[in-house]
Design a protein around this ligand. Structure first.
Ligand code: URA
Length: 186
């Protein structure tokens, strides 16, 4: 099995109701040998139309965050908890998340074997933590999951709603967090 084959299988997936309203399956993209993997919640409107993760406003901000730490987007792998856009960008239902991660995300992680995974926001964090945790409390700290270092960070959509750059603000903290990721990777 490899990522391309897995992606081809995912493109025909009808395992949950999200498949009915999608334009594209947004499988994920990037370096198959990435040391760093980023996991978001699910495709938004732009991602659904283009079939690529994090290409809308959140994606543009994510690009800036990565750039600030000197992490090329092509060097990492980017995926989501669910591969099809939830209608109106609602949070994926627990069964949708469970079905999709079991079929696709877990296999992506097994193939890529990253050293670090950054879950962006509460939905991705819940998958790795196995429980609902406050991102504000756990961001910027590593925990281990199946031998992989997990480093939760704020979701860029949250940062777009909280644009302050004051010391201690979510944006300020995020710019610090990504530097720590870069240092740990080197
Ligand atoms: N938000 C996400 O969580 N994932 C995307 O791919 C885009 C926006």
């Amino acid at each position: 099995m490899n990522l391309e084959l897995l992606a081809a299988q995912a493109r025909t997936c009808v395992a949950c109701g999200l498949s009915k309203s999608r334009t594209h399956v947004v499988f994920g993209e990037g370096n198959p040998d990435a040391k760093l993997m980023i996991v978001g919640e699910g495709p938004g409107e732009d991602e659904d139309l283009q079939g690529r993760p994090f290409v809308g406003r959140s994606g543009q901000l994510l690009d800036k965050i990565l750039e600030a730490a000197g992490i090329p987007r092509q060097s990492i792998y980017i995926a989501n908890i669910v591969k099809c856009r939830p209608p109106g960008n609602r949070v994926p239902e627990p069964l949708e998340a469970k079905t999709c991660t079991s079929l696709w995300l877990l296999k992506q992680i097994q193939l890529i074997k990253p050293q670090i995974i950054i879950p962006l926001g509460a939905t991705a964090l819940e998958f790795f933590a196995g429980e609902k945790l406050s991102i504000t409390k756990v961001r910027g700290k590593f925990f281990e999951w199946q031998g992989i270092q997990i480093f939760p960070m704020f979701h860029p959509a949250y940062l777009l709603r909280n644009p302050s750059r004051e010391p201690g603000s979510p944006k300020h903290l995020t710019w610090q967090d990504i530097q720590l990721v870069k240092k740990t990777l080197d």
